[in-house]
Design a protein around this ligand. Structure first.
Ligand code: ZN
Length: 477
């Protein structure tokens, strides 16, 4: 918690010095808090979140969220803004926007949404908060008190998460409510986010009527569980007025039948299968199938197969997979499940062949890449793993998991300098600068690299030490 505050101080120095002689209307938010500063602040908060245990780095779900998100952003008024959508393992219903276009989505929001348009509606509302620069305006509006506001924002975000290790300490404090109130958007911001959100949703080709119906469901849910309102309702209060307003806006659009994206239903089943106890999840999906109570049969079978894999009931996974492959022959998530099943049952030969073929079909599907690389390392084929990781790194240079796999491959080859150098790059991308410096120090002393490798390690070490020093300077009061 203290670390977040200290990191924020660094950002504040620039905020305050640039905020001194500025007018106080309209464009002020742009001037006081530039998009670059907002992004920087967001990145620092993200470093804390990525290290938190509630951060869920599931490649299938995260890639889906980002694909859905980009569709919305492409239809938004500001397509230049960078966005990153990420997943928080938390059963409460919530989504939140951080400075800089980072949008967090609770697993509970995905499971409560019945259609992709409903989920897209909430995301469009958050995208609108970002493109309308509500966060910057909120910060600018509290200029004199900006330290408190910034700190409160970051802490509030962390505190909002039930499974968070940082969050619990904060929630226990008596200031939690005060922090929460400072975090809230104004009514005008809410109205604007709804208005722009509906436009984005419509432009992106979703059923805009998903928004009011979803809000109504949330409101009903609140009445039922009065004391335990979903977080989304606290940060974005749903009033009867807001629902009426949304209905007026969306009525003119009329009814549009939009086939539900299959990926949405698969992802929704996946969220449940991986966040519940496997046995409970098996029962849930089995009941859905026997009572024919489901939104999508293939997705329900996919959830069942995943839960069965978690419960290590391999014969049944195999039977479900045969059905699934008939129902959805071109689905990368099913191909990834087949690979995991083959690996889990010890048929590594078949698994290797399967992954090679599946990656030809779905070359950018991260779940396949990670699992294949993992298996290659296990099967003592680090050279092939390295080749795979190297290819993928061109597309996602910021992906820390690729560097972890690279470090493990080098370790298997006994190349210690390269191993620690790759581990340093992994730590750096996870936001652990000090650990990255330590790895480079180890790398420089292994004595098994050639002249060029050693020079490259030393150059990187100098660079990162400089950054570490800067960060420490900024922390001093
Ligand atoms: Zn809102």
């Amino acid at each position: 918690m203290r670390r977040v505050l200290l990191l924020l101080l660094a950002v504040l120095v620039c905020v305050q010095s640039s905020a001194q002689n500025l007018p106080d209307l309209g464009e002020v938010s742009q001037a006081v808090f530039s998009p670059a500063m907002e992004r920087g602040l967001g990145e620092r908060i993200m470093e804390q979140i990525r290290a938190d245990r509630s951060y869920l780095d599931d490649p299938v779900i995260t890639d889906y969220l980002n694909a859905l998100g980009s569709r919305l952003v492409a239809a938004s008024p500001d397509t230049r803004q960078l966005f990153e959508f990420f997943l928080i393992k938390d059963l409460s219903v919530n989504a939140f926007a951080l400075p800089g276009g980072y949008i967090g989505v609770h697993t509970g929001l995905i499971t409560i949404s019945q259609t992709e348009s409903e989920l897209a509606g909430v995301l469009a509302h958050e995208v609108a908060h970002v493109t309308q620069r509500h966060i910057a305006r909120m910060l600018a509006g509290q200029e004199r008190n900006s330290l408190m506001t910034l700190a409160a924002m970051a802490l509030g975000v962390l505190a909002a998460r039930a499974n968070s290790n940082l969050g619990q300490a904060i929630i226990a404090g008596s200031q939690a409510a005060a922090i929460q109130s400072q975090l809230d958007y104004t009514r005008e911001h809410e109205r604007e986010a709804d208005r722009v959100g509906v436009q984005i949703l419509e432009q992106a080709g979703f059923d805009v009527r998903g928004m009011p119906s979803f809000m109504e469901r949330l409101q009903r849910a609140t009445r039922q569980y009065d004391t335990n309102a979903p977080d989304y309702l606290r940060t974005h209060p749903v009033t009867t007025e807001r629902i009426a307003d949304l209905q007026n806006r969306t009525e003119i659009h009329g009814y549009k039948q939009i086939p539900d994206n299959r990926s949405f239903q698969l992802v929704r089943a996946r969220v449940r299968a991986i966040s519940e106890d496997p046995r409970q999840a098996v029962t849930f999906f089995e009941q859905g199938l026997t009572e024919r109570r489901f939104l999508n049969e293939a997705a329900t079978r996919y959830g069942l197969a995943l839960a069965l894999l978690g419960a290590k009931d391999y014969p049944r996974v195999g039977r479900e997979l045969v059905l699934l492959e008939k129902m959805l022959p071109d689905e990368p998530a099913i191909a990834a499940l087949r690979g995991q099943y083959l690996s889990a049952t010890g048929d590594s030969g078949a698994a290797l062949t399967h992954y090679a073929a599946a990656l030809k079909k779905f070359p950018r599907f991260r779940a396949l890449v990670y699992d294949y690389a993992e298996l290659l390392i296990q099967q003592n084929r680090p050279d092939a793993a390295l080749k795979l990781v190297e290819e993928q790194r061109q597309y996602t240079p910021g992906d820390s998991r690729l560097y972890v796999l690279q470090a493990r491959s080098y370790a298997a080859q006994g190349k210690r300098l390269l191993q620690h150098q790759a581990q340093a790059e992994a730590y750096l991308r996870q936001g652990h600068l000090r650990a990255a410096v330590e790895q480079l120090q180890i790398a420089s002393r292994t004595g098994d690299g050639d002249f060029y490798q050693l020079s490259s390690v030393e150059a990187r070490l100098r660079e990162l030490r400089g950054r570490l020093k800067e960060a420490e300077m900024a922390k001093r009061p």
